[in-house]
Design a protein around this ligand. Structure first.
Ligand code: PLP
Length: 361
């Protein structure tokens, strides 16, 4: 059976090399005589896996020493509550930029715990752009300022960070982490579900500045307290062991096969440019996002005719391109082209789209 080109927004494609390596180690990891899945998380073998994974993540993202890396569960969605429970401990206020459904969910969840302000929104145009931000409108004594760095559903991304001064910037990077270098020191906290660009679902990575840990609210559940996880090296309870192992393999692939984050970024930009260039020139397809806000990870596009969109999705599946159907709130199509999508996949997709345009234009 041939592998398809998988444009899923998440859980998403993983590098074939990583899957093959995992397959080769499935029943026996090293000389342990067991699968990573069967291993005690307190064993020496697993200790090496989690420490290796963390140190690779630290070197890949150049994470400063005064940041903790936490390997958690519960998805990015749990962070919508975990962030306010741990960080909303001064004024009890936080600012949000509403750039899509995930940003809105983070805002709504945090609103249960404190005074949240939406400083800007792009809801007026179906979140197809990143709104301009005026620092004068920011809450000066906010406990944090939250953005969703890459908007998975709408295909937009922040290319400039808000100037929040001393207010810690918190970013949901679920769908863009590891796609390009980021200056971690500009953020108080970064979180991401693994299932887009890092590994399988079930692992959530949190990168948090140390001074933001240790001030959780009294009512915070133990499992939602960053300090508990930081103090126990993500081993307070059983961490998502297999996901951590796969993330380690993905990071090895990123370093050894892709040449690191700078090269990964260039590769991702090349893939995105190929698709956007075609979309901009097409008379049938139209990208839903314009200009610099365009995501290089998620590319939504439409024909403008629902029936034709349906036909395209149907024919694309038959041609070996899966998960191109757009999110129901945007309609049309969406190609998620995360790190693991090879250039050949995007080339093949564009060729297929050209052919479709010829037959249906
Ligand atoms: C997928 C996604 C989420 C939700 O992640 P879960 O791990 O399913 O909770 C949140 N934010 C962004 C930006 C996402 O892409």
């Amino acid at each position: 059976m041939a592998r398809v080109y998988n444009f899923s927004a998440g859980p998403a494609a993983l590098p074939l090399k990583v899957l093959e390596r995992a397959a080769s180690e499935m029943t026996e990891y090293g000389t342990s005589g067991q699968s990573v899945m069967e291993m005690s998380h307190r064993s020496r073998d697993f200790e090496e896996i989690i420490n290796g994974c963390e140190s690779l993540l630290r070197s890949t993202l150049s994470i400063p020493d005064n940041y903790k890396v936490l390997f958690l569960q519960g998805g990015a969605s749990s962070q919508f509550a975990m962030v306010p429970l741990n960080l909303m401990n001064g004024s009890g206020k936080a600012d949000f930029v509403l750039t899509g459904q995930w940003a809105k969910k983070a805002y709504q969840e945090a609103s249960r715990y404190g005074e949240c302000k939406a400083v800007a929104s792009s809801a007026d145009k179906t979140f197809s752009y990143i709104p301009a931000l005026d620092p004068d409108t920011f809450t000066r004594d906010a406990d944090y300022f939250h953005i969703c760095m890459n908007n998975t559903i709408y295909g937009t991304r922040f290319t400039e960070l808000p100037q929040t001064g001393d207010v810690p910037l918190v970013a949901d990077m679920s769908s863009c982490i590891l796609s390009e270098p980021v200056d971690v020191s500009k953020f108080g906290l970064i979180y991401a579900g693994a299932q887009k660009n890092m590994g399988p679902a079930g692992l959530t990575v949190v990168i948090v500045r140390e001074d933001l840990i240790g001030h959780a609210r009294e009512i915070t559940p133990t499992m939602f307290n960053y300090q508990i996880h930081a103090d126990s090296g993500s081993m307070y309870n059983t961490p998502p062991t297999y996901g951590i192992y796969i993330l380690g393999l993905v990071l090895e692939w990123l370093q050894n096969d892709m040449g690191g984050l700078e090269k990964m970024k260039a590769y991702n930009e090349k893939k995105a440019a190929l698709l956007y260039d075609y979309l901009d020139s097409s008379k049938l397809f139209r990208p839903t996002v314009q200009g610099k806000d365009r995501s290089i990870m998620n590319v939504p596009f439409v024909t403008g005719q629902e029936e034709l969109d349906k036909k395209f999705v149907k024919e694309s599946v038959a041609a070996g391109f899966v998960n191109l159907k757009g999110h129901r709130s945007v309609g049309g199509m969406r190609a998620s082209i995360y790190n693991a999508m090879p250039l050949e996949g995007v080339e093949a997709l564009v060729a297929f789209m050209k052919e479709f345009e010829q037959n249906n234009g």
